[in-house]
Write a protein that binds this ligand. Structure first.
Ligand code: ATP
Ligand code: MG
Length: 472
């Protein structure tokens, strides 16, 4: 410890005492002198003092009063009081509440006072060091947390399947529509039941856009606690609230230059809706605890599995925000309404999970395929994906996957419509259509091959497709 780096404030109303104090510390510390508590407070306001050594008994403010008041503004400095024997009782309370670190009774020895001051300054130094380290640790933690979020998102984007697997004309149509806006800055709203692939579509739009080399940040609007929403989305300045030890970037700033995916926007609480509207209108954000708006350049994609228009009518979603995000909207049909996707997706995951388990991929038997096609898949692609993962685990490696391995609910579903009676002609027709869709999907939409597989003429297939409303 190099003593001269510290500044002492010596306080006594009697000049002789003050001079004695000064002599005691001269050469070791920077010295400031005051003849009263009032004068001492003035100095304290101007000079970064490290320790106060004061007489207790002074006209006007007493030493303890001075230390008490100094504690409010400068809680971290050393406070020592010099006092007569008779006044010690008054001191006990002040010491117990931390207002005074140490007292020395008069007459005091220069050596013991010097020692007391040095000890106290050393302790203070340790406390300060501790606080510095704790603050550094906390800011390192904040930084790691942000980096962690970014890395995790990067990882996810690598593990998500690159392509939208599809074989249905419905999906082909949607992808065609989307290609018109991928290269633009247009806000896109993706609607659809759970598990239909809304997030995958959002990633597809980003991956096909001019921002593809920048970050894609998905945020679930319904999953963030209400009182954290503002700081999570828009960031905060150091000191904005208790615990804000560090400037923090929100999602919008992290996504600057890239794309933000507002997942489940229908679940955004009203406070968030107002703020989102502002970002969209002004292209700027206001971190909590700042008054200076910051420009951000972010492409927006939003998703919802609720009917947003109905939410607006019910007063749960702001109409102005709805208009802003409903610029270009696509609705992904449930899997049961695009049966042409079922087998290509199932076969994709069959290969995917077999590869993962290092097993030769088997294949689905005709009956299994029929059952997969006939089931309504309320959980959509996610449910199909899970079912195939389970099948791969249960099947013998490389062997055909028969219907007995399918979940009961899928097998049972098949028998229900057959026993439900109804008109034979329409039942045959729907079986015919299902087989055509399945074969078309399997043959990559190739009509000649499909006709061959089904054992009918190409002409007859084309007629049937026209009747089904299949696009040319
Ligand atoms: N066309 C597809 N090809 C391959 N995988 C798909 C396809 N559509 C969806 N998936 C897969 O299905 C799962 C669910 O997709 P995603 O998370 O995009 O759906 P979502 O509509 O956002 O669902 P939720 O409403 O539950 O958030 C993911 O594992 C995704 O990779
Ligand atoms: Mg989703």
């Amino acid at each position: 410890m190099t003593p001269t780096k510290y500044e002492l404030l010596l306080v006594d109303d009697e000049l002789a005492n003050l001079q004695k104090l000064e002599r005691t510390f001269m050469g070791h510390y920077g010295i400031h002198r005051a003849r009263s508590g009032e004068e001492a407070l003035e100095i304290l306001a101007r000079v970064p003092v490290d320790a106060i050594i004061t007489d207790q008994k002074m006209p006007g403010m007493t030493g303890i009063e001075l230390l008490e008041r100094s504690q409010k503004h400068r809680p971290d400095i050393v406070r020592i009081v010099l006092t007569g024997f008779t006044e010690v009782d008054d001191l006990i309370a002040a010491i117990n509440t931390g207002k005074v670190h140490k007292y020395l009774t008069k007459p005091w020895e220069p050596d013991s006072l010097r020692l007391a001051v040095r000890d106290a300054l050393e302790k203070m130094e340790l406390v300060r060091e501790n606080e510095r380290l704790a603050a550094q640790l906390q800011s390192a933690n904040e930084r790691l947390r942000t980096e962690n979020i970014l890395l995790r998102r990067e990882m996810e984007s690598r593990t998500y399947p690159r392509a939208m697997i599809h074989g249905s004309p419905e999906m082909e149509h949607i992808l065609g529509l989307l290609r018109r806006v991928t290269g633009t800055e247009t806000t896109v709203l993706v609607q659809g039941e759970t598990g239909t692939g809304k997030e995958l579509i959002a990633r597809f739009i980003h991956a096909e856009s001019n921002r593809k080399d920048r970050i894609f940040i998905p945020v679930n609007c319904g999953a963030i606690p209400k009182d954290l929403v503002e700081s999570e989305f828009f960031g905060h300045a150091k000191g904005a609230f208790t615990g804000a030890t560090q400037d923090k970037k929100g999602y919008f700033e992290m996504a600057d230059g890239g794309t933000i995916f507002l997942d489940e926007i229908g679940e955004a609480p009203p406070e968030l809706q107002v703020k989102l509207l502002r970002v969209i209108q002004e292209n700027e954000i206001m971190p909590v605890g700042t008054h200076q708006p910051r420009k951000v350049d972010v492409r927006l994609i939003a998703s919802t599995n609720r009917d947003l228009r109905a939410e607006v009518e019910a007063g749960r979603f702001r109409q102005d925000l709805f208009f802003r995000i409903n610029v270009f909207s696509v609705t992904i049909p449930p899997l049961r309404e695009r049966t042409g996707d079922i087998l290509p997706i199932a076969e994709f995951f069959l290969r995917h999970y077999s590869l993962k388990l290092n097993r030769p991929p088997g294949h689905f038997t005709a009956e299994t395929r029929q059952l997969l096609l006939g089931y309504p898949w309320p959980g959509n692609v996610r449910e199909l994906q899970n079912e195939v993962e389970r099948l791969v685990l249960m099947a013998e490696p490389g062997k055909p996957i028969g219907p007995e391995l399918l979940g009961d609910h899928i097998r049972r579903h098949h028998t229900a419509p057959l026993s439900a009676g109804g008109d034979l002609k329409s039942a045959i027709r729907s079986l015919e259509e299902a087989m055509i869709r399945e074969t078309m999907a399997r043959c990559g939409q190739n009509r000649s091959r499909t006709a061959r597989e089904l054992g009918i003429s190409r002409q007859s297939l084309l007629e049937k497709l026209r009747r089904m409303g299949w696009p040319d």
